[in-house]
Design a protein around this ligand. Structure first.
Ligand code: AMP
Length: 425
């Protein structure tokens, strides 16, 4: 199936071609025809499935084919509400990309920054608004935004929205929407609370459910190590010295970070090489062949440099830094466990990365077991380990991390190092 088959209008087709999209993803194949018929939609899909384009394309098409300019001022005709600033920015960028050959205008608003620039953009006039709930309500209350002209409403990542306690804000927003509208509701899962919310928003929706690709994530043995940022290098050395690691591809978020890891490993007597964009092609090739031949057992790489690296029989992937894009995690861990081999992926998570971990677990629809038998458990571990379900695990080394970023209620010691380290804090 192609986008032409979905009857997408020429300027949007051109933009999709420019994005390099050749074929619609499964959710796009199913959702776009429904949305072009102006039906309400209940979409069970996660980030990474192409769901943003699945709703952005039909909304842009409706707005493009039905342009209204009775007055000089544009009215906000489409509203997308999403829980986080990062998602809001991503969605805004998608609307900009897919709508670039139309005259539809979009903007994004979110909290945590001054409102001035956002208000100016709104005052210039937009057709599509992407917003996080708090800032949206705030600007509505100031009389800067009205929802009375909304024809298309999208509630994105509904379950995350409920998890984050946005239910009251959402209710207030819904109450201000016109009755006559097309509504779209996206959620990765549909627990009773999400279902109830969807029923409040949607009329008689059509449903689309898309399961993400989980094959890689399922066959790789994963674990997460909670550790303070400053102890990550020590933990890496500890693992390389104590675990049976034949070969490890270590991922660093930055080039500078990759160099630093190599240096710190060197100090501990562990030889490694880094590959990243600042290294010459020759240096990269040399590092790679030394790793492939088994001369060095550790290769430290950034995501871009690691693209295209195919190392047979790679035993371990180490996420020294967790990626902020969940799909990157799946790509990284997919480097091990190739061709039926069982691979191992170890991820380090510091306090600032807890949100990334949560996104990753959502995307792979799996809880990554926690390895808590290491000597570098950080102070951030309290909020994570303390929120673990108390059900016994099959593997005594690991605990599940469902509520990775939820704060603690119980302060029970969780591991042998806890007592030893606690008095020093
Ligand atoms: P989303 O699930 O909306 O976050 O999309 C995940 C990623 O897939 C984004 O980077 C999109 O740019 C990309 N994407 C969406 N639709 C397509 C498509 N039809 N072909 C290729 N990439 C796509």
């Amino acid at each position: 199936m192609t986008f032409q088959d979905l009857k997408i209008t020429a300027p949007i087709l051109k933009a999709l071609a420019a994005e390099g999209y050749t074929h619609p993803t499964p959710i796009q194949q199913q959702a776009i025809p429904i949305l072009l018929r102006k039906r309400d939609l209940l979409g069970c899909a996660q980030t990474g499935t192409g769901k943003t384009a699945a709703f952005a394309i039909p909304i842009l098409q409706h707005l493009h084919l039905d342009q209204r300019r009775e007055t000089n001022r544009r009215k906000i005709r489409a509203l997308v509400v999403t829980p986080t600033r990062e998602l809001a920015i991503q969605i805004d960028e998608s609307f900009t990309a897919y709508g670039r050959f139309t005259s539809i205008r979009n903007t994004v608003i979110f909290g945590g920054v001054k409102q001035g620039t956002q208000v100016q953009a709104l005052q210039r006039g937009v057709d599509v608004l992407i917003a996080t709930p708090g800032r949206l309500l705030d600007l509505m209350n100031q009389g800067i935004i009205t929802l009375k002209d909304i024809e298309y409403f999208v509630l994105d990542e509904a379950d995350q929205m409920l998890d984050m306690g946005f239910i009251h804000d959402i209710r207030k927003i819904i109450a201000r929407l016109p009755e006559q509208r097309q509504s779209l509701f996206f959620s990765a899962t549909l627990p009773p609370e999400s279902l109830k919310l969807s029923q409040k928003i949607l009329g008689n929706p059509e449903k689309v459910t898309i399961k993400p690709e989980q094959t890689t994530a399922e066959k790789v043995q994963q674990s997460v190590y909670f550790v303070e940022k400053k102890s990550k290098a020590k933990l890496l050395v500890h693992l390389l010295q104590t675990e049976a690691i034949d070969s490890a591809l270590v991922f660093s978020r930055t080039k500078h970070g990759a160099n630093k890891i190599v240096k710190l490993l060197g100090r501990a007597g562990i030889q490694s090489n880094a590959i990243h964009g600042n290294k010459s092609q020759t240096a990269r090739q040399k590092a790679l062949s030394s790793f492939k031949s088994g001369q060095t057992n550790v290769l430290v790489a950034t995501d871009i440099a690691a693209r295209g690296i195919d190392v047979e029989e790679l035993s371990h992937v180490v996420n020294y830094d967790l990626p902020n894009v969940p799909e990157t995690y799946v790509h990284r861990i997919g480097r091990t466990g190739r061709a039926g081999a069982s691979g191992i992926a170890l991820s380090f998570c510091d306090a600032e990365e807890k949100a990334y971990l949560r996104d990753i677990q959502r995307t792979i629809n799996q809880k990554i077991p926690v390895a808590d038998d290491h000597p570098f458990l950080g102070s951030n571990t309290e909020s994570i380990a303390g929120s673990q379900p108390s059900t016994p695990q099959a593997n005594s080394r690991t605990k599940s991390t469902e509520n990775a970023s939820v704060s603690v209620k119980s302060k029970k010691p969780r591991h042998p190092y806890w007592k030893k380290r606690r008095p020093q804090k």
